[in-house]
Design a protein around this ligand. Structure first.
Ligand code: ADP
Length: 240
């Protein structure tokens, strides 16, 4: 089996069958939330085709720093983060052949100065592909979290992502239902709209015998804080 990453206690991958379901949002907020609970946390942007972390963590103005051939992670929102998005022209398409994708991901993992971490959260590309395979070869994971929206078409793809993790020998820690419902707070009492069929991902988790980790509603602040690179704001006023 692949070795553990030295100095890293737990590696948790966040995957999804489809793009746009909120995988990066969950990865970012999982990492920031774990850090707020006092853990030392790294966040690796494994989505080398469409890195979201530069925007979601507000890395745009920060300079990439290399010391003794090692990439120094960006320390933001209590988390050590690294992304290919800070190593290439942000508007250049990232077209990787299989071996190049493998090399790019491996480099981000092995040539970043992660130091000692309780958790390394990996934001994977959507779907079932090269990067997940490389990841499984490079390091032993604690497990993977699968993010899914409630619609049937999203579930179908999520099932494929679950099966992929299982084939790679990676435990699936559970399923998160994102964009589960929308809360309209401009009416009293606040009204909830089941836009996409709330509970769909929960049913899928049950059907596959996987833990259901919970639902995240669609909210404007979650989108806005993501666009503004300020995930810490999602936790303001929250107690653990
Ligand atoms: P993925 O990584 O699966 O492609 P993202 O995390 O990038 O998806 O999310 C896509 C977009 O949807 C982003 O603009 C993000 O801020 C927004 N988004 C994701 N989840 C929610 C949510 N629960 N409420 C509001 N906006 C969300």
């Amino acid at each position: 089996a692949a070795p553990f990453l030295p100095g890293v206690k737990h590696v948790i991958a966040v995957g999804a069958g489809k793009g746009g379901v909120g995988k990066s949002t969950v990865a970012v907020n999982l990492a920031v939330g774990l850090a707020l609970r006092g853990h030392s946390v790294g966040l690796l942007d494994g989505d080398i085709y469409g890195p979201s972390l530069p925007t979601m963590l507000g890395l745009d103005a920060l300079q990439t720093n290399i010391i003794a051939n090692m990439l120094q992670p960006f320390y933001v929102h209590g988390v050590k983060a690294m992304t290919i998005g800070k190593l290439v022209d942000p508007e250049k398409p990232l077209i990787w052949r299989g071996p190049m994708a493998h090399g790019a991901f491996k480099q981000l993992v092995e040539q970043t100065e992660w130091g000692e971490l309780d958790y390394l959260v990996v934001d994977l590309p959507p779907g079932t592909g090269d990067v997940s395979l490389t990841m499984a070869q490079l390091m032993r994971l604690t497990g993977a979290v699968v993010v899914c929206t409630p619609q049937l078409v999203a579930q179908d793809d999520a099932v494929r992502a679950v099966r992929m993790f299982q084939q790679l020998g990676i435990d699936v820690l559970g399923v998160v239902e994102n964009m589960s419902y929308f809360v309209a707070e401009d009416v009293t009492p606040a009204r909830e709209y089941d836009l996409f069929g709330r509970g769909g991902a929960e049913m899928m988790a049950q059907r596959l015998g996987l833990p259901y980790l919970g639902a995240i509603p669609i909210t404007i602040p979650l989108r806005k804080n993501g666009d503004e690179g300020n995930p810490s704001a999602n936790f303001q006023g929250k107690t653990r």
